[in-house]
Structure formats: structure tokens, C-alpha cells
Design a protein around this ligand. Sequence first.
Ligand code: ADP
Length: 461
Amino acid sequence: MLKRVLVANRGEVALRVIAACRELSVETVAVCSTADRRALHARAADRAVCIGPAPAERSYLDVAAIIEAARLSGADAVHPGYGFLAESADLAEACGARGIVFVGPPPAVLRLFGDKVAARAAMRRAGLPVLPGAEVPVDAPAAVLDAAQSLGYPVIVKARGGGGGRGMRIVPDAASLETAWRTAQREAQAAFGDSRLYLERYLAAARHIEFQVLVDGAGTSLSLGERECTIQRRHQKLLEESPSPAVDEPTRRELGARIARAARAVGYRNAGTFEFLRDESGTFHFIEVNARLQVEHPVTEMVTGVDIVKEQLRIAGGQELSTGVGASTPSGHAIECRINAEHPETFRPSPGTIAEFTMQGGTGPGVRVDTDLRAGGVVTPHYDSLVAKVVAHGHDRREAIARMRRALTMTVIDGIDTTIPLHLRILSDPDFVAGRVSTAFLERFASGSGAAPGPRAARGG
Ligand code: ADP
């Protein structure tokens, strides 16, 4: 088993990893930037190391600084959380070179899934149904036009090395293709330092459904069922649930088993998520793999009873998956609302000092809150705006929704704007309550909002 884990992250996910380590009696080392010296994650660990100034590039995204902190603190493992360096093959490799365990997949797997085009090809070979698409040379407008023509409009242009919903453009027709291509190229270059793009058929009324997988070193590979993450804003998830109202038990088992086999086929190890779009006819299409822990992992934990972070640590430490972890029918229903420090209508980031924070809604069964918010704490403008995750579990979806409403209406966060009012509108929408949703669902709530999204460096999918 691991002895001392350095948590290469901040915010609620750093607390989440520290909590799992404490349960396993594993020591913890937090890292923080100078802006986070008083942050809760830096206090919750056994010790904290300051690794640089506020800009993430010089602290949480600095591989050398993380490795140096691990070395100096005698950590035998690094857990990257989600976002930041969670899918960095360079960090995984640098850890390996120094005999430090990286809590995540091997570097080769991280490189494979970091390249969306290579990932699509590998998953097609491994037998998954991949969404029709095309890889096209960087500067060949004619080839791009041909490829889009044969896929059929609308198409979507996506960044090959992308993430976080950036570098994506929906293209309704041939006339708008070239402009969309150039814009996406610029965005991808700025965001990822990689301007390579690819095309996919655009599914207008799809649902985003993803499968959680765990693979240990003994070759056990299994699916923990699916999450529905269809409620999104600008291709970024806002509310997630498990199970999906659109997945029946035979599909859950059959697709879950195929995905677990595909994961094993490419040498996957540790926790991962296989993302699909489900079209209106009910067909599933693979889009990508997130090779890390995800923001929305708690909904799976609530309905399976599996502590995914503890399993990650067990796997990384060379142990097999816990007994009892297996493909079982989900128990009840769970919903997660992402509470972002953003204006609920314009989505403008809303950093500031928290004057008051109470969650009386946590009173009673079925509510979990993962957060590093506290009265007197500061939400800095430097990082992602996710400040809390409220998760509600019920015997069925109706009870989970009722508990989430109770939790959110009995929450007080003064000093910043949050997405709570938007969540309350979603939770009382008749279509949402009936489970009739698509990725376009939020457009009717957010129309007219032109605000640029805030910094997204830390957010995982
Ligand atoms: P990222 O890695 O940037 O998050 P994803 O490939 O996971 O990108 O896609 C994020 C979201 O963008 C999806 O959940 C979906 O809402 C939308 N999207 C991506 N590809 C398509 C597509 N081919 N058709 C329709 N929507 C898509």
C-alpha cells in the first residue's frame, strides 16, 4: 500500500483525495500556490508545500515543481485529481523516472487518449461503436470540405488535443466551414498549443452518457455503470446523474462489459471514463476517454457504494480491486449539481470573499457536499470557478430531485454569485423532471448570455 501521497491539485478534489487517504491511513502532502496558502486543502493535509505563484502555469501546472515537492516531502505517490496535470503523460513519466507512483493510467495510455484521433481509431479496433468522423490534414481546405461533405452536415470541428469544450465549432453547412475551421484552429492553438483538428458528424439532439471503468494490475476490468451528463452549458457539464433515465439494465450490462474489454485491450489501468453520445434512435457513439478521476464521480459512488478514489489508491499501490466492487444494478438514483462561482444568467465568473456559507440542506438523509468553501474564505479569479458539488441520493429519481431541491434551497452562500438559482430552475422544469433532455436543453434558459467563460484550467469533465 502507498504510504505518503502528494495531492497535485487544489479545491474540492484535493480535499476528496485527502479524505480517501485518511480513511486508508495514508499520509498526505498538499501543494499550494501563494494564492492558496490559507485554502482548506492546504490545511487538511498532514503537510503542505508551496510550489509557486498564483498563475497555474507556474504552480499547479508545473511538472518540475510538483516532482520537486514530492521528492522533498518523501512522497511515494502523486494523485493528480482532475484538470491541471491529471492527464499529463509528462508528469506520469517524470514520476516513473524517480520511482514515484502516479495514481492514474500508464504514460502510453495517457498519450493515446490525449490524442482524440488516435483514441477513436484504437476504440474502433477494440470493438466500440465510434461516432463517424474524419481526420484531415492541417492546411488542406479542399480535403476538409470533401470530408465534411461525405459525413453530411451538420458537422462539428474539434481539437485533436482538446478538452473542456474548447476548440469546438458546429458547422451547419459548407459555406461556414472555412471560417469555423480557422477559428477553431486559433482557439485550439491558444488553449492547447496544438492546432490540429478533426471532424465528427454533429448529433443535434443527443444525450451525453458515459461509463465509469476501473482496471487493476491483476487484469480485472469492470464497469461501474453509467452517468448521464446531458445538462451542459457550452459543452461543459453542469448537472449529472446516475443511472441515466435513458439506459436500461441489458444495455448497461452489455455496453459496460464491451467497454471494460476495450479498456483492457489498450492496457488501461486505474479509473477512467468512456464518453458516448446517444442519438435520438437510442444508438451509442463513442467520443472520447477521460483518463482520470472525473468531477462527477460522486454520483456513481452514491449508487454503487464504491469509493472510486480509494480504489484508485489501491490499484496504484499494487492491490487488487476491493471485494464487492463489481457490475451490480445501481441502487437508487443520484444527482450532482456543480455550484460554480458564476452569475447564474450571464455565467460571468464571480470571485470574492465568502461572507457566509451554510448548508442546512445537508440535514437529513441522502445529501453529500464536496467543497472547500467556508465563511471568510476567498474564491480567487486564478482558477476554475467550481466551488462546490452538491450530490443528492434517493430511492428513485423523483426522491433524488426532491432532496436536491431541499439541499439547494437550504443553502446560503453570501459574497459571490453562484449557479444555484439556475439549478433550481432546471430541477423544476417539466421536461427535466420527465427525463426528456438533450445537450441543447439549457439553451432556453441561457439564451442571450454572451459572457466569456472563466478560466477553466482546473476543471475535469
Ligand atoms: P471535451 O473533451 O472538450 O469536453 P467532448 O468530445 O467530451 O469534448 O464533448 C463535450 C460535449 O460537446 C459533448 O458532451 C456534447 O455536448 C458536445 N459534442 C461533442 N461532440 C459532439 C458531436 N459530434 N455531436 C454533438 N455534440 C457533440
